[in-house]
Ligand binder design. Structure first.
Ligand code: DAH
Length: 346
């Protein structure tokens, strides 16, 4: 019996060696290892042997089965590899296959809202400019009518670049607002000035749902002869309608910013509830959108503009806040968490 098995195995092995395609391989498998294959039959017949022979024959048959199964797997693998190599070499390229779609990226929700805001002002004749995020104390504070040691500095917790902080001879910092661009632009140009700028700002601040230590601001400035509060209101009203809907109403209230006089805050009637009161507007019916005001005479004088001749208005806003209101996002930190599950929604 053991000899029969050895002979069978040798024969099977030899036939296997000559097989060159998958169909022949399947026929071989059926012939030897299939349900009524030759080796299967041998295994089945072992029960009929006298007890003395059963053990050795059984062991030999099982071993043969293991060997043939392993040889089969090896052959399968070899055939697959050969087919693959042939395909690659023969240029078996199916040009009728549809192409794989290229994964398209998208603009970050803040980039989207920035483009919208800047676009609205650009279409009203404002030029878009950019400036540095690392800034001199002079532009961030001094030239904006915020002298050294003035309590107004408490409005902006600052990240200092100079190791000596604000006590350095020429202190350097991460800008806490985009307003320094007002000064940089005015220093370089003569009126009329009409610019908007957007960029990152930084504050030394613990983060929470409404505060980030890095965030964006959009800033605008218009200076010319005879610019009045009416121009400020008209321009910002138009902006509010473009961004938040034709039917928007606006509300101006007094506010304080050192670089404007008078200073104001603009709110729009809630676009979610039209003023009735809801979650978006904190039940007040109004949503504060930006700070603004008439450029302070000290700021104009600082850049060599005569405040008796030129006047202007300025405004600043947070695009994150706009995006949060729009999309009902309740945590500013989501914008900068690099979580694609969040970002892919916009
Ligand atoms: N930059 C101000 C802030 O961070 C916002 C602002 C208010 C900007 C009034 C202005 C302005 O230009 O006139 O709080």
């Amino acid at each position: 019996m053991a000899e029969d098995i050895a002979a069978l195995t040798a024969q099977a092995q030899q036939e296997l060696d000559n097989i060159a395609d998958e169909r022949a391989l399947e026929a071989w498998r059926v012939a030897y290892l299939g349900r009524s294959g030759r080796l299967t039959q041998v295994l089945r017949s072992i029960g009929t042997l006298p007890a003395e022979e059963r053990r050795t024959a059984g062991a030999a048959a099982n071993q043969a089965k293991g060997a043939l199964e392993a040889a089969l797997a090896g052959k399968e693998e070899a055939l697959r590899a050969r087919a693959l190599a042939r395909e690659a070499a023969g240029g078996a390229l199916d040009v009728t296959l549809p192409g794989r779609p290229v994964a398209l990226g998208r603009l970050h929700p803040i980039s989207q809202v920035l483009r919208e805001i800047l676009g609205a002002f650009a279409s009203m004749g404002f030029a878009v400019v950019e400036g540095p995020e690392v800034e001199w104390d002079y532009y961030n504070f001094e030239a904006l009518n915020i002298p050294r040691d003035h309590p107004a500095r408490d409005m902006w917790d600052t990240l200092w670049i100079s190791p000596e902080g604000p006590r350095a001879e020429r202190p350097m910092l991460l800008r806490t607002l985009t307003s320094p661009m007002q000064v940089r632009v005015m220093e370089k140009t003569r009126p009329p000035v009409r610019i908007v700028t957007a960029g990152k700002c930084y504050r030394y601040e613990a983060t929470d749902a409404t505060h980030e230590s890095m965030f964006y601001q959009v800033e605008g400035l218009a200076v010319d002869r005879g610019i009045s509060m009416a121009d400020l209101k008209g321009t910002l009203y138009e902006f509010a309608r473009r961004l938040f809907g034709e039917e928007r109403r606006v509300r101006f209230r007094c506010d304080y910013f050192p670089f404007v006089e008078p200073g104001a805050e603009m709110a729009i009637d809630c676009f979610n509830c039209a003023g009735a009161g809801c979650r978006t507007c904190g039940n007040s019916g109004w949503i504060e959108i930006l700070g603004a005001g008439m450029v302070h005479p000290n700021v104009l004088r600082g850049v060599g503009y005569d405040p008796e001749v030129y006047t202007g208005f300025a405004f600043g806003m947070g695009p994150e806040r706009v995006a949060m209101l729009r999309h009902g996002i309740d945590d500013i930190r989501l914008f900068y968490g690099n979580d694609l599950r969040f970002l892919r929604q916009f």
